[in-house]
Design a protein around this ligand. Structure first.
Ligand code: GLU
Length: 473
């Protein structure tokens, strides 16, 4: 790629204040894909300078969720908490250069200013009165001296953006406890780590002019910025727990495949062109560019994710599905016993959890098939002859040779014809006996997978229990 710069470097910079949100995961993916497309690299930086809200276990969880999702960073994780002296040093440099100053205002003084602004009905901005204080006593913060004037930049997604310096506060760089604010640490790091492109959520857009001022104050070229559109839930409001899970882990736990979630998140605001919806990470990395990301908010459609996951399950080799299934089916028999079952069921499940539920029916004892109440009501109740029909079916299946799909099906159909009932009147109770449900893959496939002995045992069990099953209802 001729237009690529060998030094292109992006970063994903989560704050470890909670789990990895799907929106954060999308940000990570877009950073990764842009880096891969242009032969650049990606760094993972944990922004944990907010000691009140940051937790090490959140950082570990985010790192592990990214690994599961297949977001492979080239450098890091770098923890900002390891770099505190560096931020202090950089803040002091700005003070020495006259671009920042110590502010000794007390909380009470600041509150009074805030209250006065409120009473006057104007937006609060720090008055800047410590700008001219040369020495003070007691605790202080370091504030940036914001110069008036317009601050413009070209956002790769939103186009030209302009802010007025007059509207920006002399914001704090270093708190009185010596910890940096987000604005300071992010800019110091983006400079030190030679970041060329910053792709982050739209919610940071209003921070960007402050960051640009800081880059300039440090005589550094600001990186290119790309502010990613918001992700909305199905209710068209900002994605939240109201409309479904928001953490990567929750999707992993219901049995979404990492490749499917990666693919799905990539489509939130980007498309490879045409109607193409299913593509691999490598395919996306060959085409992706931050400047092609849509400005409009993207909608997180859980149904679409489930559909897509089903497509991935269907296409995933059985051995791999077997591996993925392990946490959902800890008692799974060896692969050779499971292969045919998985092959029959994997095109019929949308999640690994659904697949495990279906597969578990083959693993339970024949006297322990859980019957769905609804299936019992539909296919057993008010049908006095069902017991007799099932007995006949049992006998037909006991002697049919060979016990394969065409012969078992033929046996059932001839029997139905002989006694003058529709085949459905036998198929449904048979399905209930074998699976406990009113829907399943073709029931003769299920019977053959169970084998003759287990099929007969399940039929016997149901036949014996019809009176109490129908009575209980
Ligand atoms: N740490 C910030 C966050 O989690 C992101 C900072 C950035 O990307 O500049 O929202």
């Amino acid at each position: 790629m001729l237009d690529s710069s060998p030094a292109m470097k992006l970063r994903f910079a989560p704050s470890p204040t909670g789990y990895l949100h799907v929106g954060g995961a999308r940000t990570a993916i877009f950073n990764l894909l842009h880096a891969r497309r242009h032969g650049g690299t990606m760094l993972l930086r944990i922004e944990d300078t907010d000691v009140e809200r940051s937790r090490q276990h959140h950082a570990e969880q985010i790192v592990s969720s990214l690994g599961w999702l297949g977001v492979e960073w080239d450098e890091g994780p770098i923890y900002q908490s390891d770099r505190l002296p560096r931020y202090r040093q950089r803040a002091e440099e700005l003070v020495a250069a006259g671009r920042a100053y110590r502010c000794y205002c007390t909380v009470e003084e600041l509150d009074a200013e805030r209250l006065a602004a409120e009473r006057a009905g104007v937006a609060y901005r720090y008055s800047g009165r410590c700008r001219s204080v040369t020495a003070g006593a007691g605790p202080y913060v370091i504030r940036f001296k914001v110069e008036a004037g317009p601050i413009g930049f070209h956002d790769l997604i939103r186009g030209d953006v302009r802010f007025e310096g007059e509207l920006i506060d002399d914001f704090v760089l270093l708190r009185s406890d010596g910890y940096p604010t987000y604005h300071l640490s992010v800019v110091v790091d983006d400079i030190d780590m030679e970041i060329t492109h910053v792709a982050r959520g739209d919610d940071h857009l209003s921070n960007t002019p402050k960051h640009i001022l800081l880059f300039r104050a440090f005589s550094a070229e600001p990186p290119a910025f790309a502010h990613l559109p918001l992700i909305l839930g199905s209710d068209r409001k900002r994605l939240s727990k109201r409309t479904g899970a928001t953490s990567v882990e929750e999707y992993r736990d219901i049995g979404i495949l990492p490749e499917a979630l990666f693919n799905f998140l990539t489509l939130l605001g980007w498309s490879p062109g045409g109607d193409r919806e299913l593509f691999s990470k490598e395919e996306a990395a060959a085409l992706f560019d931050l400047s092609d990301v849509n400005k409009a908010p993207a909608v997180f459609d859980v149904e679409k994710l489930l559909w897509m996951n089903g497509q991935y399950l269907m296409r995933t080799p059985t051995e791999k599905v077997y591996e993925y299934l392990a946490p959902f089916l800890p008692d799974a028999p060896p692969l050779h016993e499971m292969r045919a079952i998985l092959e029959l069921h994997k095109p019929r499940a949308r999640t690994l959890r659904e697949l495990a539920d279906q597969v578990r029916l083959y693993l339970v004892a024949d006297s322990n098939v859980p019957y769905e109440a609804e299936a019992v009501r539909k296919h057993l109740k008010d049908d006095d002859d069902v017991r007799e029909r099932l007995r006949e079916l049992r006998n037909a299946l006991a002697s049919v040779e060979p016990f394969d799909v065409p012969s078992t099906e033929q046996a059932l159909r001839s029997l139905a014809e002989r006694i003058g009932v529709s085949a459905a009147k036998m198929i449904h109770p048979l399905r209930l006996a074998l699976t406990g449900r009113s829907s399943s893959p073709p029931i003769f496939d299920v019977a053959v997978l169970l084998g003759r002995q287990r099929t007969l045992r399940r039929l016997d069990y149901l036949i014996d229990h019809i009176p109490e099953l129908t009575h209980a209802r």
